[in-house]
Design a protein around this ligand. Sequence first.
Ligand code: NAD
Ligand code: UD1
Length: 338
Amino acid sequence: MKVLVTGGTGYIGSHVVVKLLLAGHEPIIIDNLSNSEKTVLDRIFEISGTRPIFYEGDVRDVDFLEDVFEQEPDIVGIIHFAAFKAVGESVKEPLKYYDNNIDGILTVLEVSQRHNVENFVFSSSATVYGNPDKNPIPETALVKSSTNPYGETKAIAEKILKALVVSGANIKTIALRYFNPIGAHPSGLIGELPKGAPENLVPYITQTAIGIRDMLFVFGDDYNTIDGTGVRDYIHVEDLADAHIKTLDFLQKNKNKSFYDVYNVGTGNGTSVMELIKTFEKISGVTIPFEIAKRRSGDIASCYADATKIKRDMNWESKKTIEEALEDSWRWQQNYLK
Ligand code: NAD
Ligand code: UD1
């Protein structure tokens, strides 16, 4: 199946493109390279033996998208990754985030509707649950207003998809709510490319381990959790990529002409910051210097998935361990991010 992958040279997109190629699909990548590099295409080729079709351009550019659809007339599905994702930056530059993340999905939907694309997968986030009332979090939990514009763009994009389906459009859509993607391809050839100082925990740990950062700051040790530090559901990006392949299959097999649904993509297990540091030290043999700092504004104590719905409907569940994910993140850091 020909699948348009917006943001396909990015962290999650590149892993999904590899899986699509290995599963015999034909991914068509669109990316403006605002947060990724063209060399990712060479790495994808090295891993999969196939060079994916690539169009450099912006998903907000209607003429560019029309041109891609004209050149690729048989696109059956879209996986829409292209967006900005840095929470802190979104607080400082909200217009940039609303513009890219909202105008981006609107334009892709508008043009793809003209070309009758019937299957659409959207990269949402567990951030839409805000501070959840309970853990593990089921999809039925309230979508709460976010403390940051990035999170708001995900909640708004979900509403846009729902409204499109309610309008009677001929489109089957699923929003995948990712928990905390970590890890890299086991080859060490593709992974996450953080810009500047990472906001997320695992890239900060690997950068500290390799000496780019002096020490890690643990944001709070007084939460109501197993050891007082924040608990999250860390999912290997390879497992997350598999979930996209299963979602596409599920959409294609589904006989309904039009529907919208949401699925959590997580392991179902929570891991604390301290547990993650200890596990990293064990697998890498490197001691991580750290200091307990004050809580990060907007942070919550615990967030982990009830992942039973995606298992029930698509027979997907995470397979890789935290140890494997950290080994792969560490290999990627050592190989490419010195
Ligand atoms: P990423 O930044 O590595 O990848 C996004 C890609 O989209 C980049 O290659 C970037 O160049 C491209 N892009 C951005 N704006 C574009 C535009 N206007 N036109 C064309 N290309 C554009 O991010 P990622 O971690 O791979 O995340 C992918 C998606 O998953 C995003 O929508 C993100 O919000 C969502 N998500 C990510 C996480 C996470 O922790 N990584 C968690 C939940 C949801
Ligand atoms: C962040 C985003 C969220 C996004 C998710 C996945 C915020 C407020 N939220 O969530 O919108 O969907 O990433 O990309 O940024 N930590 C430290 N020290 C660090 C970095 C993190 O102690 O240097 C702690 C945090 O307090 C948290 C845990 O590590 O308890 C995970 O943090 P992070 O990787 O930033 O992910 P989230 O906070 O879950």
